[in-house]
Design a protein around this ligand. Structure first.
Ligand code: S3P
Length: 443
């Protein structure tokens, strides 16, 4: 599935039982970080299991533009010859991060304390997303930044000549903000401190430690406090990227709602900063069996067996939002087939993802016969015995909206069509063949 300029509509129809094994691709968050830290280490980092989705390929191209040598050596196998902390060269071209908020925000952080200038741009979706949340802390390091009105892309950053370390409270729970500050802190002397009220995914901290940086995490009254000691020499690593729990959520959800299904999903993350969806499913009565707990690429993982289940609606507390922030679209899709209502609290951040995901899910569900209520930062889905389906859903260049409705279509009365499946290639290029191999009728 490549994202051509032309929209690519796709429909999902009621399917027979799903079975088999779902080998989902590498974790998107870990893949971006492996390329960026590889580019900031001195010497050759080897990566296996890299997600070869468009978002990550755009980050690979950006690392080349900043002077790293980045080569694909086999399927999912990449080699990165890094230039060292502070060693980025000034790119000759504008850095186009496509659809990827993670890519653009982390790369801005990684270059903001090196005395070079770079301009960042992206697609129509990324160009609507807030960058002020990143450029504000980067300016505190001494970087000079210009953006379009409202803090939007294109953004130009003149990296700080004499960067100062900062102490920063993240204003919203966001691993992207935390990570941008930590990556900028790499080339500032002394201690850079980030404090987050709610824990967010901790892949940056884990991987920085793996590359030899000194990172300390403490739980304080103010929240989680992460301290990075600046100007380390990062040592190249071998990074085995674990599978992506956010991608796994789609086949898992499909098996839960299609009667008679039983599938196996190997290597699902059990990292407590990423597992909120699976905690919620257990509360909804999902039949989940975890086997073979182990460590892969510095992340705790296990194999998951999931069977069709009668789900009941639940209240998802605001404190859990960060640990499942990308899974709310698929949760709201399957909540429409649960008994009773599912209320998702504290999900305002969904409004500034690849699309306004509260609005996109609400409109798409309503169009397919489901009753929903929304506030600025909550979404309530009223479950029912069957979902009518039959509508075409606007996906707004959002891969997860597209996949969520294609999954729901596997169990709705009439087929569900998405207006453009192209963006699925940003995070899950093999979604279609993988789902079809399980028995899903999508085409
Ligand atoms: C990500 C963090 C999350 C998430 C995104 C990936 C990351 O964004 O939605 O898909 O890799 O750090 P926020 O940190 O802005 O919530």
């Amino acid at each position: 599935m490549s994202h051509a300029d032309q929209p690519m509509p796709l429909s999902a129809r009621r399917s027979g039982p799903l079975s088999g094994q779902a080998l989902v691709p590498g974790d998107k968050s870990v893949s971006h970080r492996a390329l960026i830290l590889g580019a900031l280490a001195v010497g050759e980092t080897r990566i296996t299991g890299l997600l070869e989705g468009k978002d990550v390929l755009d980050t690979a191209a950006a690392m080349r533009a900043f002077g790293a040598r980045v080569d694909r050596t086999g399927p999912g196998e990449w080699s990165v010859h890094g230039v060292g902390v502070g060693g980025f060269a000034e790119p000759e071209q504008v850095i186009d991060c496509g659809n990827s908020g993670t890519g653009v925000r982390l790369i801005m952080g990684a270059m903001a304390t090196t005395p070079i200038t770079a301009t960042f741009t992206g697609d129509a979706s990324l160009s609507r997303r807030p960058m002020g949340r990143i450029t504000e802390p980067l300016a505190l390091f001494g970087a000079e930044i210009t953006a379009r009105d409202g803090g939007l892309l294109p953004v130009t950053i003149r990296g700080a000549v004499d960067p100062l370390p900062i102490r920063y409270h993240t204003p919203v729970a966001s691993a992207q903000i935390k990570s941008a500050v930590l990556l900028a802190g790499l080339n500032a002397p002394g201690e850079t401190v980030v404090i987050e009220a709610e824990p967010t995914r901790d892949h940056t901290e884990r991987m920085l430690t793996g590359f030899g940086a000194q990172v300390r995490t403490e739980v304080t009254d103010e929240g989680r406090m992460i301290t990075l000691y600046g100007q380390p020499e990062l040592r190249p690593q071998t990074v085995a990227v674990p599978r992506d729990p956010s991608s796994a959520a789609f086949p898992v959800a499909a098996a839960l709602i299609v009667p008679g299904s039983a599938i196996r999903v190997p290597g699902v993350s059990r990292n407590p900063t990423r597992d909120g969806f699976y905690v919620t499913l257990a509360e909804m009565g999902a039949d989940l069996t975890w086997e073979n707990d182990r460590d892969e690429g510095g992340e705790p993982v296990a194999d998951l067996i999931v069977r069709h289940s009668s789900l009941r609606g639940v209240e998802v507390p605001a404190e859990r939002a960060a640990s499942m922030i990308d899974e709310f679209p698929i949760l709201s899709a399957i909540a429409s087939l649960a008994t009773g209502r599912t209320v998702m609290h504290g999900v305002g951040e969904l409004r500034v993802k690849e699309s306004d995901r509260i609005d996109a899910m609400a409109r798409g569900l309503e169009a397919n016969g489901v009753t929903v209520e929304e506030t600025r930062d909550s979404l309530t889905v009223h479950g029912r015995d069957t979902v009518a389906g039959g509508a075409t859903v606007a996906t707004h260049l959002d891969h997860r909206i597209a996949m969520s409705f294609l999954v729901l279509g596997l169990a709705s009365e009439a087929p569900i069509t998405v207006d453009d499946a192209g963006p699925i290639a940003t995070s899950f290029p093999d979604f279609l063949p993988l789902m079809r191999a399980l028995g899903a009728d999508i085409g």
